[in-house]
Design a protein around this ligand. Sequence first.
Ligand code: ZN
Length: 449
Amino acid sequence: MKKLVFAMILSILGSTALSAAHGPGKTEPIRVLLLDGQSGGPYHAWQLTSTVLKKELEDAGIFRVTVVTSPRFGEDFSNFKPDFSAYQTIVLNYDAPDWPADLRLELENYVKNGGGLVVVHAADNSFPDWPAFNQMIGIGGWRGRSEKSGLLWYFKEGKLVSDNSSGSAGSHGNRLPFQLETRAPEHPIMKGLPRVWMHGADELYATLRGPGENMTVLATAHSDPANHGTGHDEPMLMVLTYGKGRVFHTTMGHDVQALSCVGFITTYQRGAEWAATGRVTQKVPADFPTADSVSLRVAIARMDPAFLNGPAQANPFDGLANAALTAMKKRADELGIGGVAVVAYFEGDKIQSWTSKMLVIGRMRDEPSQADKGANLIGIAYAKAVEMADTLRDSGSQVRPPMTGEFGWKGGVIVHGKNGYLIAAFSGGKSEDDVKISRAGVEELGTGL
Ligand code: ZN
């Protein structure tokens, strides 16, 4: 009997091993093209988010991802001819205003003929004037979209509705965690997910517009008026068909923190598989978020340098420079003179680089006349500042004869701050007035540097 039980266990183990050999390990990976190279601004750090989006697909164990980076806007696209047909799905981490007509047609035909498309976050800002693209994504925002781009789409009393009111398209509140509500629980991407789950801090896209054709909303989120929201349940996850092609559209994923949410990762991995094959074989992970708790993958979150180092420190000079220039303008107004104010700051005891800022107060030049060749007041103000950067003394202090590029004129003040030198220079009035105005500038800089 013991022998028989042992044999049965062996046979179970054997069959498990056999089925594993026929499982995902043996099948060809799904070929994915991840397209990046443009975004609407530095707030969408596509270089960083592409590495995350690539890793998340690779972590699923069923994808092989090739990143293709396009030329930037305004650059030559004539040699940019990615072979879309070599891939089963294209992931767009990409937000561009327009494309050449032949490239647009390539993508249209690729999807029309059965290619998969995954649209992540600001990729739905792309191409406002390309009708086929807007059919593929269903709804989009920003880049000048308006009621001409289509209806507003959202959920009302449990149903998808459209709204023909006029106005712009695309909005979001502050980045906070929010709940998603599943609207199509039987769809392969959503099967087995909780009805309600918490997404990590992210932009909650709202007021998206578009044709909304052949679109099934898989999940919505309530756009809270207390956080600049619409009060509507906004589409967050969608699937669409375009010709024979399948599209998965997630509006989530602003930054690495948002991308590290297990809810984002799971729906993105499943959405990419579904777009490529029409099926989902991936299980729901054990750490999937619940209705009242966020679940983040630290291994993903730490791919953002800010996770370990904190947010990038703003240069304290930037804020103080504006205040210093304002103080100089106030002093110049009191003295009834106009001209050019410059403030600058460098660290250490010897200048290697500086940060500077300039303000024209009333006039930037004295016009030439018969008797006078005129004066470029910006040039003079900077010449005073650069003389001080070299001598570390107020301008015109005559510690040495002026060199080429300097005038040796008074009107600039330099002081030593906590970690470096603070410089203010003015050009436009009498020397003693220029000095008074410059002193107001360095005093203001000295409050924080
Ligand atoms: Zn964003």
